[in-house]
Design a binder for this molecule. Structure first.
Ligand code: CS2
Length: 495
């Protein structure tokens, strides 16, 4: 660290570089009415910031949050936050903006693997009014193919057997709700902040299924009393790197164990369904609507879909960062055309211009300072492809519209898994819960694509029997294998 950088703690806030925005409110007055499970970079760039902005207004409730970690890997976050009075720095970076702000809305943190009872009691406490979650797909114990609750999962079986000392998010929330029920305390709202379509419906379904296995009376009570708002969350937030930590120290003089670097853009669209009050997020830019689903579909098909469109082709072409992909005109044109192909199945939202949205995505992806990692957007493709790409393909096929570019993207994912190296022969870092199984199948996909396209837990049954999709994907795979990434993209753009 540069000698002049200051270790971030409450007592040193006044000594920080005046360019850095710091909490102007008294953090001792902040009440953690929200307990948030899964305090990662995304949460700290998004919901924790909304609360911080609200706390900075003079006339609002002092609503803050307590972080809750349920995974062994969360011990690192606990240590980082506890070492700096739960403060952290959020930096925004773009070509014309570099700013840093210390966020004070998180005032406590519980690491459940070592404090299981404290975690349950924190949520059972009447002061807790919302329990929110960013736990990624895996945390919901849902089968990707059928959408059913994975009741046989060892973590769920463990929690059912030790229901008063659970370890999963689902088991912990259910136990806390049960204690509130028996103590006559009103329930908290359960708010998923994951990038899943119908995230409120998903958590509601899983929690009720689990509660029903514990005791039917709990399930009935949850059904009658607990609100599960759906929400759409958006902010491109790469994983923090050592270089980011060093940059923050040099540029802003802050020595922060785990800062977050993000883009200037942010969006949060929420359904106004809460069982125990909520912060006035609309005062700081959140949008309330009864139609979250349309926003989610627009975002997933255009933003997340485009990320997939550039990810595997980009990785195969040897790119490390998204901004470098976007400096290559071939890729930009390809992504623009990809979005055009998807547009017929993007919902129409009042006061939202799809052309403007698409234009803003190109700008966001091109942010030259964001350093979003291609490995990040490639990761967990087996969960992302079925959510962000295949529904568009299915709907386009149902309407007899083109799926050419989308098929090339599916093929690029299969090719990437099967090859395991980029075009220069460098090993690809494949991160996927199903990596071992899928790389083995994908390596023979060129001879027989049906092996891969027949995996119903990814492709479902309808696409497997769709001759056009099968033929187009097989053709794209063959082309990638014979002429390579750039020439394949060029051929598709000529069509
Ligand atoms: C990305 C998302 O994980 C991914 O592949 O597409 O994390 C994306 O950056 C966010 O959804 C943006 O809100």
């Amino acid at each position: 660290m540069p000698q002049t950088s200051i270790k971030l703690t409450s007592t040193k806030l006044g000594l920080l570089n005046p360019e850095v925005q710091i909490p102007t409110y008294d953090r001792r007055q902040v009440n953690p009415h929200t307990v948030h499970i899964g305090v990662g970079s995304f949460h700290r760039a998004h919901q924790a910031l909304y609360l911080d902005e609200l706390l900075a207004l003079p006339d609002t409730e002092r609503w803050g949050e307590c972080g809750l970690g349920v995974l062994p890997s969360d011990a690192r976050m606990r240590d980082a936050l506890q070492g700096q009075n739960h403060l952290y720095t959020l930096a925004e970076r773009s070509a014309d903006k570099q700013s840093a702000r210390v966020i004070g809305s998180i005032v406590d943190y519980i690491y459940a693997p070592e404090a299981n009872e404290a975690a349950v009691e924190k949520m059972a406490n009447p002061e807790t009014r919302i329990v929110s979650l960013t736990i990624t797909e895996g945390g919901y114990f849902i089968d990707e193919g059928t959408g059913n609750f994975l009741v046989q999962h060892p973590s769920i079986q463990h929690d059912l057997e030790h229901s008063d000392a659970p370890s999963s998010s689902i088991g912990l929330i259910a136990e806390a709700l049960d204690r509130r029920r028996t103590r006559g305390v009103a329930p908290f709202t359960v708010m998923s902040c994951d990038n899943l379509q119908g995230n409120g419906h998903v958590i509601s379904k899983v929690l009720r299924a689990y509660a029903g296995l514990r005791k039917p009376s709990l399930e009935t009570w949850i059904e009658a009393n607990v609100a599960f708002p759906n929400s759409m969350v958006d902010r491109i937030t790469p994983a923090t790197t050592r270089a980011d930590i060093a940059w923050l120290a040099t540029r802003f003089g802050i020595d922060d164990a785990w800062p977050v670097v993000t883009e200037p853009f942010l969006q949060w669209v929420i359904e106004d369904t809460f069982s125990n009050g909520r912060p006035q997020w609309e005062r700081v830019g959140a949008q309330f609507t009864t139609d979250v689903a349309s926003y989610e579909i627009m975002k997933m098909r255009l933003l997340n879909g485009s990320h997939l469109a550039m990810a595997y082709l980009g990785a195969l072409a040897g790119f490390t960062y998204v901004q470098d992909i976007m400096a290559d005109q071939l890729f930009v044109t390809f992504i623009e055309r990809f979005m055009e192909e998807v547009t017929p199945v993007v919902p129409i939202i009042p006061n939202t211009s799809v052309p403007e949205y698409k234009k803003s995505l190109i700008e966001r992806f091109s942010n030259p300072t964001i350093n979003d990692q291609v490995t990040r957007i490639c990761s967990e493709g087996s969960a992302k492809i079925p959510k962000w790409l295949l529904p568009s393909i299915q709907e386009l096929l149902d309407r007899n519209l083109s799926v050419d570019l989308l098929s090339l993207v599916v093929a690029s994912w299969i090719f990437y898994l099967g090859k395991g190296v980029d075009e220069a022969g460098k090993t690809l870092d494949i991160i996927d819960a199903r990596a071992a199984e899928l790389t083995a199948i994908a390596s023979s996909a060129e001879e027989d694509p049906s092996l891969m396209l027949g995996i119903s837990s990814i492709f479902g049954d309808r696409l497997f029997t769709n001759a056009i999709f099968q033929e187009k994907t097989a053709g794209a795979l063959h082309l990638l294998a014979t002429v390579g990434v750039a020439a394949s993209m060029k051929q598709y753009l000529k069509r």
